[in-house]
Write a protein that binds this ligand. Structure first.
Ligand code: GDG
Length: 483
């Protein structure tokens, strides 16, 4: 694709972010026209503010199968460079290798990973297409920041074409223990793909350590703490950069009149419960949604929670709906919620409200503001931005966060009510504790967490990564001079 002559209307970019998805999806209308809608998920939430501040170009898939290439365009002040995927590539590279092989494998194999050779072949082809596109749009000496598990071969592919650019890679999901990783038939190619970067960033130090151990043991490379010496004599840094949110921006959004009014309306619509529990997730089997609903259902059945005064509101944004495991999960949750609500022996508002839709950002802020207890119970999660968002949206030091130990966020939000979501009895106790704890205890916990989130925001995260990228090995020119 790189060989095809094309008209490049935007200036070559000195800062390029590469992610599987653009921040907007192309949606075809029945009248033949098309419009752009925000695409879901944590990566987009995290990167939008950075891109606005740094005026970079964003290279990514436009979220719908298309055979024709779209020209780069501007949307809401961002320079977007679409990468087309055919429908069989969507099936094999995105739904297949990315989301039915890598996603479950990297999340502790919560669902069994599927290894299919044809998916891998397409993963290679699509990664090459992304690398070609970046090679076209990056200015001489540009900083290129590649995101996530869909694009682990791009660092090496890009370096081959453009040795002048500086390459960072960040993995948004956990990097698995070596015992699991080595199941992957293409483990060596992926490690080598990642080593094309100058920095390979992880959410947690444990992920970085797993990676360093693997390249030492499996590729026989020399390593010193978080540095890896490649065969071509470069140093690659493998380090943790825990991602965060635009904490101030979100706090202000939640403080605004619109969110405040909506928060009051939401509580009112729910019958002004004494306690509102809230869950907000992409509908994904890693997020522990059935576990928390099960726990809530048992608390109701045991009479520890009064359905007249307590509501559980679960928002689940639709996600990866064509992957079988996700369809199954959706049905399982529907059934579980139906059963629990059906067992409450009275007429009136059901105790669990489950909404399988996507909301605008200000609505989400209003939900956070309205909730007394936020329940975040993933079985494994790279970071979990929802936990940080809830904390940032508090207007006073009230509210309580029940948080799984198996999220990256749990390392920073130590004052949350931490839980092991596999332990349903423990989860029930923590939910009740979070609900009934004194305001003084809650305030103490929330104050500490708010400070943590406000001080360590998305800008700080991006600066830490990009400053390291600038410093490493000097400038590309200096590197060359040093031989
Ligand atoms: C991956 C990693 C890591 C949810 N519903 C709606 C909506 N959301 C937003 C939330 C939040 C984001 O989606 C979800 O982010 P998470 O971090 O919780 O989870 P993943 O999507 O799995 O993200 C994760 C993250 O990447 C960043 O590195 O933390 O570990 O798995 O921002 O608010 N947003 C809107 N409407 C909704 O209905 N607008």
């Amino acid at each position: 694709m790189s060989s095809k002559p094309r008209e490049w209307k935007l200036e070559p970019a000195s800062f390029v972010v590469v992610a599987n998805r653009l921040p907007v999806d192309r949606v075809e209308n029945p009248d033949g026209g098309a419009e752009w809608r925000p695409s879901p998920g944590g990566l987009v939430t995290a990167f939008e503010p950075i891109m606005h501040r740094r005026h970079g170009a964003w290279v990514g898939w436009q979220g719908a199968a298309a055979s024709q290439e779209l020209e780069p365009f501007e949307h809401a002040g961002l320079a977007l460079v679409p990468v087309p995927l055919s429908s069989s590539e969507v099936e094999e590279y995105y739904e297949g290798f990315s989301n039915a092989t890598l996603w479950p494998l990297y999340h502790d194999a919560i669902a069994p990973p599927q290894f299919r050779r044809e998916w891998w072949d397409t993963y290679v082809i699509v990664n090459q297409r992304f690398a070609d596109r970046v090679a076209e749009v990056a200015a001489e000496g540009a900083v290129v920041w590649i995101q996530d598990y869909h694009l682990q071969l791009v660092p090496q592919m890009l370096r081959r074409q453009r040795p002048d650019v500086r390459i960072g890679f960040f993995l948004h999901i956990p990097f698995p223990p070596t015992e699991l990783y080595v199941q992957l038939p293409w483990r060596q190619q992926i490690l080598e793909g990642l080593l094309g970067a100058d920095i390979v960033g992880f959410q947690l130090p444990g992920g970085a350590r797993n990676f360093v151990r693997l390249v030492r043991d499996r590729l026989g490379l020399e390593t010193l703490r978080d540095r890896i010496r490649t065969r071509d004599g470069r140093d690659v840094l493998a380090r943790a950069y825990p991602i965060s949110i635009d904490a101030k921006g979100l706090h202000e959004l939640a403080a605004g009149d619109q969110a405040a009014e909506r928060a009051a309306e939401i509580r009112n619509d729910l019958g002004d419960p004494r306690v509102l529990f809230l869950g907000v997730d992409r509908l994904d089997y890693t997020k522990g949604i059935p576990e928390r609903i099960q726990a809530f259902g048992e608390l109701l059945a045991e009479g520890r929670i009064d359905p007249d005064h307590v509501v559980f509101l679960q928002l689940a944004i639709p996600s990866r709906q064509r992957v079988e495991q996700y369809r199954q999960l959706r049905d399982d949750i529907d059934r579980l919620v139906g059963r629990i609500n059906g067992e409450v022996q009275r007429i009136g508002r059901p105790p669990i409200i489950y909404l399988h839709v996507s909301y605008p950002r200000v609505e989400i802020a209003a939900f956070y503001r309205a909730a007394d207890v936020m329940v975040v119970t993933p079985l494994r999660d790279g970071m979990n931005l929802v936990a940080k968002e809830y904390v940032a949206c508090r207007q006073r030091d009230d509210g309580a966060l029940v948080l799984s130990e198996f999220t990256g966020a749990a390392r920073e939000l130590r004052q949350a009510y931490l839980v092991n979501p596999h332990d349903i009895d423990g989860l029930k106790d923590r939910m009740v504790e979070a609900m009934n704890d004194s305001s003084r205890n809650k305030a103490q916990r929330m104050r500490a967490m708010r400070r943590q989130v406000l001080e360590n925001d998305i800008d700080k995260w991006a600066s830490m990564f990009l400053d390291d990228l600038e410093r490493l090995n000097g400038t590309p020119a200096a590197r060359e001079a040093a031989g």
